[in-house]
Write a protein that binds this ligand. Sequence first.
Ligand code: CUA
Length: 336
Amino acid sequence: MRHFIIVAVLVAIVTAIVTFGLESAQLLPPVASAEGQQVDRLFGLHIQVIAFLFSLIVVFMVYSIVVFRRKRGDTGDGANIHGNTKLEIAWTVAPLAAVLFFSFLGARQLADITAASPDEMVIEVTAQQFAWRFDYPEYGISSAELNLPQGRQILFKLTATDVIHSFWVPEFRVKQDAVPGKTTTLRVTPTETGQYKIRCAELCGTGHHSMLATVNVMQPADFEAWVAQQTAPQPSATGSELGAQIAQLQGCIGCHSVDGSQRVGPTWLGLYGTQEALEDGSSVLVDEEYLQQSILDPAAQITKGFPNVMPPTYKDSLSQEEVAALVEYIKSLGEE
Ligand code: CUA
Protein backbone atom coordinates (compact mmCIF):
# COMPACT_ATOMS: atom_id res chain seq x y z
CA MET A 1 0.00 0.00 0.00
CA ARG A 2 2.86 2.37 0.88
CA HIS A 3 4.30 1.82 -2.63
CA PHE A 4 0.99 2.77 -4.25
CA ILE A 5 0.72 6.02 -2.29
CA ILE A 6 4.29 7.00 -3.22
CA VAL A 7 3.67 6.13 -6.89
CA ALA A 8 0.35 8.06 -6.96
CA VAL A 9 2.07 11.17 -5.61
CA LEU A 10 4.93 10.79 -8.10
CA VAL A 11 2.47 10.31 -10.99
CA ALA A 12 0.62 13.50 -9.98
CA ILE A 13 3.88 15.50 -9.80
CA VAL A 14 5.26 14.17 -13.12
CA THR A 15 1.87 14.77 -14.82
CA ALA A 16 1.93 18.40 -13.70
CA ILE A 17 5.52 18.88 -14.89
CA VAL A 18 4.93 17.23 -18.31
CA THR A 19 1.66 19.18 -18.84
CA PHE A 20 3.45 22.43 -18.01
CA GLY A 21 6.34 21.52 -20.33
CA LEU A 22 4.08 20.62 -23.29
CA GLU A 23 1.89 23.68 -22.82
CA SER A 24 4.79 26.09 -22.66
CA ALA A 25 6.49 24.47 -25.69
CA GLN A 26 4.11 26.52 -27.92
CA LEU A 27 3.63 23.81 -30.51
CA LEU A 28 1.31 26.09 -32.50
CA PRO A 29 1.34 29.83 -33.31
CA PRO A 30 -1.14 32.14 -31.47
CA VAL A 31 -4.75 31.30 -32.31
CA ALA A 32 -6.68 33.79 -34.49
CA SER A 33 -10.13 32.28 -35.10
CA ALA A 34 -13.21 31.35 -33.06
CA GLU A 35 -13.04 27.79 -34.40
CA GLY A 36 -9.36 27.63 -33.46
CA GLN A 37 -10.11 28.52 -29.83
CA GLN A 38 -12.34 25.45 -29.58
CA VAL A 39 -9.74 23.29 -31.28
CA ASP A 40 -7.13 24.53 -28.79
CA ARG A 41 -9.36 23.72 -25.80
CA LEU A 42 -9.78 20.12 -26.98
CA PHE A 43 -6.08 19.94 -27.81
CA GLY A 44 -5.25 21.16 -24.29
CA LEU A 45 -7.40 18.39 -22.80
CA HIS A 46 -5.58 15.84 -24.97
CA ILE A 47 -2.24 17.14 -23.73
CA GLN A 48 -3.31 16.59 -20.11
CA VAL A 49 -4.38 13.02 -20.84
CA ILE A 50 -1.16 12.37 -22.77
CA ALA A 51 0.89 13.75 -19.86
CA PHE A 52 -1.01 11.56 -17.38
CA LEU A 53 -0.61 8.35 -19.41
CA PHE A 54 3.08 9.08 -19.99
CA SER A 55 3.59 9.62 -16.24
CA LEU A 56 1.57 6.54 -15.28
CA ILE A 57 3.71 4.26 -17.43
CA VAL A 58 7.11 5.85 -16.86
CA VAL A 59 6.73 6.34 -13.07
CA PHE A 60 5.55 2.74 -12.51
CA MET A 61 8.37 1.43 -14.68
CA VAL A 62 11.19 3.51 -13.16
CA TYR A 63 9.87 2.98 -9.59
CA SER A 64 9.79 -0.81 -10.10
CA ILE A 65 13.25 -0.87 -11.62
CA VAL A 66 14.73 1.10 -8.73
CA VAL A 67 12.78 -0.21 -5.71
CA PHE A 68 12.27 -3.87 -6.69
CA ARG A 69 15.68 -4.48 -8.24
CA ARG A 70 17.52 -7.71 -7.36
CA LYS A 71 19.27 -7.55 -4.00
CA ARG A 72 22.95 -8.43 -3.82
CA GLY A 73 23.37 -12.21 -3.40
CA ASP A 74 19.73 -13.02 -4.26
CA THR A 75 19.87 -15.79 -6.88
CA GLY A 76 16.34 -17.18 -6.43
CA ASP A 77 13.51 -17.04 -9.01
CA GLY A 78 10.89 -14.29 -8.96
CA ALA A 79 7.30 -14.96 -7.86
CA ASN A 80 5.14 -16.80 -10.42
CA ILE A 81 2.30 -14.38 -11.27
CA HIS A 82 -0.73 -15.53 -13.31
CA GLY A 83 -2.53 -12.39 -14.40
CA ASN A 84 -4.96 -10.21 -12.51
CA THR A 85 -8.55 -10.17 -13.75
CA LYS A 86 -9.55 -6.97 -11.95
CA LEU A 87 -6.55 -5.08 -13.33
CA GLU A 88 -7.21 -6.35 -16.85
CA ILE A 89 -10.86 -5.27 -16.71
CA ALA A 90 -9.80 -1.86 -15.39
CA TRP A 91 -7.22 -1.22 -18.11
CA THR A 92 -9.70 -2.26 -20.79
CA VAL A 93 -12.67 -0.26 -19.52
CA ALA A 94 -10.81 2.93 -18.57
CA PRO A 95 -9.24 3.58 -22.02
CA LEU A 96 -12.53 2.61 -23.71
CA ALA A 97 -14.39 5.16 -21.60
CA ALA A 98 -11.72 7.79 -22.31
CA VAL A 99 -11.90 7.21 -26.08
CA LEU A 100 -15.72 7.32 -26.06
CA PHE A 101 -15.63 10.51 -23.99
CA PHE A 102 -13.23 12.17 -26.45
CA SER A 103 -15.18 11.04 -29.50
CA PHE A 104 -18.31 12.54 -27.94
CA LEU A 105 -16.48 15.83 -27.29
CA GLY A 106 -14.95 15.78 -30.78
CA ALA A 107 -18.25 15.09 -32.57
CA ARG A 108 -20.04 17.81 -30.63
CA GLN A 109 -17.28 20.29 -31.37
CA LEU A 110 -17.10 19.35 -35.06
CA ALA A 111 -20.85 20.04 -35.35
CA ASP A 112 -20.27 23.35 -33.58
CA ILE A 113 -17.40 24.69 -35.70
CA THR A 114 -18.95 23.61 -39.02
CA ALA A 115 -22.36 25.18 -38.25
CA ALA A 116 -23.51 28.06 -40.47
CA SER A 117 -24.15 31.53 -39.07
CA PRO A 118 -26.84 33.68 -40.77
CA ASP A 119 -24.53 36.50 -41.94
CA GLU A 120 -21.66 34.39 -43.23
CA MET A 121 -19.76 35.58 -46.29
CA VAL A 122 -18.95 33.17 -49.11
CA ILE A 123 -15.45 33.21 -50.58
CA GLU A 124 -14.56 30.84 -53.40
CA VAL A 125 -11.04 29.47 -53.22
CA THR A 126 -9.39 28.02 -56.31
CA ALA A 127 -6.14 26.13 -55.86
CA GLN A 128 -3.78 25.29 -58.70
CA GLN A 129 -0.12 24.38 -59.05
CA PHE A 130 1.19 26.52 -57.29
CA ALA A 131 -1.04 29.44 -56.37
CA TRP A 132 -4.31 30.46 -54.72
CA ARG A 133 -7.11 32.58 -56.10
CA PHE A 134 -9.98 34.10 -54.09
CA ASP A 135 -13.34 35.18 -55.51
CA TYR A 136 -15.89 37.18 -53.53
CA PRO A 137 -19.23 36.50 -55.31
CA GLU A 138 -21.02 38.94 -52.97
CA TYR A 139 -18.92 41.81 -54.37
CA GLY A 140 -17.69 40.50 -57.73
CA ILE A 141 -14.04 40.75 -56.63
CA SER A 142 -11.19 38.41 -57.59
CA SER A 143 -7.96 38.58 -55.67
CA ALA A 144 -4.64 36.78 -55.23
CA GLU A 145 -4.57 37.95 -51.60
CA LEU A 146 -7.18 36.98 -49.06
CA ASN A 147 -8.66 39.92 -47.17
CA LEU A 148 -11.12 39.16 -44.36
CA PRO A 149 -13.17 41.28 -41.97
CA GLN A 150 -12.60 40.52 -38.30
CA GLY A 151 -15.53 38.89 -36.50
CA ARG A 152 -17.60 37.75 -39.49
CA GLN A 153 -17.93 34.06 -40.29
CA ILE A 154 -16.53 33.10 -43.69
CA LEU A 155 -17.73 30.12 -45.69
CA PHE A 156 -14.88 29.03 -47.93
CA LYS A 157 -15.92 27.00 -50.97
CA LEU A 158 -12.80 25.26 -52.17
CA THR A 159 -11.91 23.61 -55.41
CA ALA A 160 -8.78 22.82 -57.45
CA THR A 161 -8.03 22.86 -61.15
CA ASP A 162 -5.36 20.16 -61.30
CA VAL A 163 -4.42 18.00 -58.29
CA ILE A 164 -5.39 17.87 -54.62
CA HIS A 165 -4.22 20.82 -52.51
CA SER A 166 -5.06 21.73 -48.92
CA PHE A 167 -6.01 25.15 -47.56
CA TRP A 168 -4.37 25.81 -44.22
CA VAL A 169 -3.75 28.88 -42.10
CA PRO A 170 -2.06 27.56 -38.92
CA GLU A 171 -3.40 30.50 -36.85
CA PHE A 172 -6.97 29.49 -37.81
CA ARG A 173 -6.19 25.83 -36.92
CA VAL A 174 -8.83 24.34 -39.24
CA LYS A 175 -7.83 22.91 -42.62
CA GLN A 176 -9.59 21.60 -45.72
CA ASP A 177 -8.60 19.83 -48.94
CA ALA A 178 -9.20 21.48 -52.33
CA VAL A 179 -10.11 18.68 -54.73
CA PRO A 180 -10.48 18.87 -58.54
CA GLY A 181 -14.06 18.30 -59.71
CA LYS A 182 -15.77 18.89 -56.40
CA THR A 183 -16.44 21.66 -53.88
CA THR A 184 -15.42 21.29 -50.27
CA THR A 185 -16.30 23.77 -47.53
CA LEU A 186 -14.63 25.28 -44.50
CA ARG A 187 -15.92 27.84 -42.00
CA VAL A 188 -13.64 30.33 -40.27
CA THR A 189 -14.45 33.31 -38.04
CA PRO A 190 -11.30 35.44 -37.73
CA THR A 191 -10.93 36.97 -34.28
CA GLU A 192 -7.56 38.75 -34.43
CA THR A 193 -6.54 41.39 -36.96
CA GLY A 194 -3.17 40.80 -38.54
CA GLN A 195 -1.35 39.20 -41.43
CA TYR A 196 -0.96 35.44 -41.70
CA LYS A 197 0.26 32.93 -44.28
CA ILE A 198 -1.93 30.51 -46.19
CA ARG A 199 -0.06 27.28 -46.76
CA CYS A 200 -0.74 24.29 -48.95
CA ALA A 201 -0.85 21.24 -46.68
CA GLU A 202 -0.95 18.56 -49.39
CA LEU A 203 2.14 17.51 -51.33
CA CYS A 204 1.06 18.70 -54.79
CA GLY A 205 4.23 18.86 -56.89
CA THR A 206 7.58 20.59 -57.38
CA GLY A 207 6.40 23.99 -56.17
CA HIS A 208 4.37 22.75 -53.17
CA HIS A 209 6.66 24.50 -50.68
CA SER A 210 6.18 27.86 -52.37
CA MET A 211 2.38 27.61 -52.66
CA LEU A 212 1.81 30.46 -50.23
CA ALA A 213 -0.56 33.40 -50.11
CA THR A 214 -1.18 36.20 -47.66
CA VAL A 215 -4.32 36.56 -45.55
CA ASN A 216 -5.07 39.97 -44.01
CA VAL A 217 -7.62 40.05 -41.22
CA MET A 218 -8.87 43.65 -41.07
CA GLN A 219 -11.20 45.79 -38.99
CA PRO A 220 -14.65 45.64 -40.67
CA ALA A 221 -14.35 49.33 -41.69
CA ASP A 222 -10.97 48.69 -43.37
CA PHE A 223 -12.46 45.70 -45.16
CA GLU A 224 -15.37 47.83 -46.44
CA ALA A 225 -12.83 50.39 -47.67
CA TRP A 226 -10.91 47.67 -49.52
CA VAL A 227 -14.13 46.39 -51.11
CA ALA A 228 -15.10 49.92 -52.16
CA GLN A 229 -11.67 50.46 -53.69
CA GLN A 230 -11.83 47.13 -55.56
CA THR A 231 -15.34 47.68 -56.89
CA ALA A 232 -14.89 51.36 -57.83
CA PRO A 233 -15.04 51.89 -61.58
CA GLN A 234 -11.41 51.89 -62.71
CA PRO A 235 -10.01 52.73 -66.10
CA SER A 236 -9.74 49.25 -67.56
CA ALA A 237 -6.13 48.19 -67.63
CA THR A 238 -4.42 47.44 -70.92
CA GLY A 239 -1.11 46.06 -72.13
CA SER A 240 1.49 45.21 -69.52
CA GLU A 241 -0.69 46.52 -66.66
CA LEU A 242 -3.46 44.06 -67.60
CA GLY A 243 -0.77 41.39 -67.98
CA ALA A 244 0.41 42.01 -64.42
CA GLN A 245 -3.15 41.52 -63.10
CA ILE A 246 -3.60 38.31 -65.08
CA ALA A 247 -0.25 37.00 -63.83
CA GLN A 248 -1.52 37.49 -60.26
CA LEU A 249 -4.96 35.97 -60.72
CA GLN A 250 -3.93 33.07 -62.92
CA GLY A 251 -1.21 32.19 -60.46
CA CYS A 252 1.65 32.59 -62.96
CA ILE A 253 3.72 34.32 -60.29
CA GLY A 254 3.40 31.25 -58.09
CA CYS A 255 6.10 29.72 -60.30
CA HIS A 256 7.64 32.70 -62.17
CA SER A 257 9.09 35.45 -60.01
CA VAL A 258 9.27 39.02 -61.27
CA ASP A 259 12.21 39.98 -59.04
CA GLY A 260 14.85 37.55 -60.34
CA SER A 261 14.44 35.02 -57.50
CA GLN A 262 14.46 31.32 -58.29
CA ARG A 263 11.14 29.44 -58.25
CA VAL A 264 9.71 26.42 -60.06
CA GLY A 265 9.94 28.18 -63.44
CA PRO A 266 12.34 30.74 -64.93
CA THR A 267 12.07 34.28 -63.54
CA TRP A 268 10.52 36.87 -65.84
CA LEU A 269 12.91 39.61 -64.76
CA GLY A 270 15.27 40.34 -67.63
CA LEU A 271 13.97 37.33 -69.58
CA TYR A 272 12.81 39.07 -72.74
CA GLY A 273 15.43 39.44 -75.43
CA THR A 274 17.88 36.90 -73.98
CA GLN A 275 19.09 33.65 -75.52
CA GLU A 276 17.54 30.83 -73.47
CA ALA A 277 19.36 27.49 -73.28
CA LEU A 278 16.96 24.55 -73.73
CA GLU A 279 16.96 21.01 -72.32
CA ASP A 280 17.74 19.54 -75.76
CA GLY A 281 21.01 21.51 -75.96
CA SER A 282 19.77 24.09 -78.44
CA SER A 283 18.98 27.69 -77.59
CA VAL A 284 16.24 30.08 -78.52
CA LEU A 285 15.77 33.85 -78.63
CA VAL A 286 13.10 34.94 -76.12
CA ASP A 287 10.81 37.02 -78.33
CA GLU A 288 7.05 37.51 -78.47
CA GLU A 289 6.50 34.40 -80.55
CA TYR A 290 8.49 32.20 -78.15
CA LEU A 291 6.66 33.56 -75.07
CA GLN A 292 3.26 33.03 -76.66
CA GLN A 293 4.19 29.49 -77.67
CA SER A 294 5.50 28.76 -74.14
CA ILE A 295 2.22 29.88 -72.55
CA LEU A 296 -0.01 27.91 -74.93
CA ASP A 297 2.16 24.78 -75.31
CA PRO A 298 4.56 24.77 -72.33
CA ALA A 299 6.01 21.31 -72.99
CA ALA A 300 7.20 22.14 -76.53
CA GLN A 301 10.43 23.83 -75.41
CA ILE A 302 11.78 23.29 -71.89
CA THR A 303 14.35 25.68 -70.45
CA LYS A 304 17.53 23.93 -69.32
CA GLY A 305 17.52 23.21 -65.57
CA PHE A 306 13.76 23.47 -65.07
CA PRO A 307 11.18 20.64 -64.70
CA ASN A 308 8.47 20.16 -67.31
CA VAL A 309 5.56 20.86 -64.96
CA MET A 310 3.67 23.84 -66.35
CA PRO A 311 -0.01 22.97 -66.91
CA PRO A 312 -1.03 22.78 -70.59
CA THR A 313 -4.42 24.28 -69.72
CA TYR A 314 -3.74 27.96 -70.45
CA LYS A 315 -4.68 27.63 -74.12
CA ASP A 316 -8.22 27.00 -72.86
CA SER A 317 -8.37 29.31 -69.86
CA LEU A 318 -6.78 32.42 -71.40
CA SER A 319 -8.17 34.49 -74.26
CA GLN A 320 -5.95 35.68 -77.11
CA GLU A 321 -6.00 39.20 -75.66
CA GLU A 322 -4.98 37.90 -72.24
CA VAL A 323 -2.04 35.97 -73.70
CA ALA A 324 -0.99 39.10 -75.59
CA ALA A 325 -1.21 41.15 -72.38
CA LEU A 326 0.91 38.60 -70.52
CA VAL A 327 3.54 38.68 -73.28
CA GLU A 328 3.45 42.49 -73.08
CA TYR A 329 4.01 42.30 -69.31
CA ILE A 330 6.92 39.86 -69.57
CA LYS A 331 8.39 42.09 -72.27
CA SER A 332 8.17 45.09 -69.90
CA LEU A 333 10.22 43.12 -67.36
CA GLY A 334 12.88 42.35 -69.99
CA GLU A 335 16.32 43.79 -70.38
CA GLU A 336 16.44 47.54 -70.80
CU1 CUA B 1 -0.65 22.79 -53.44
CU2 CUA B 1 0.86 21.59 -52.05
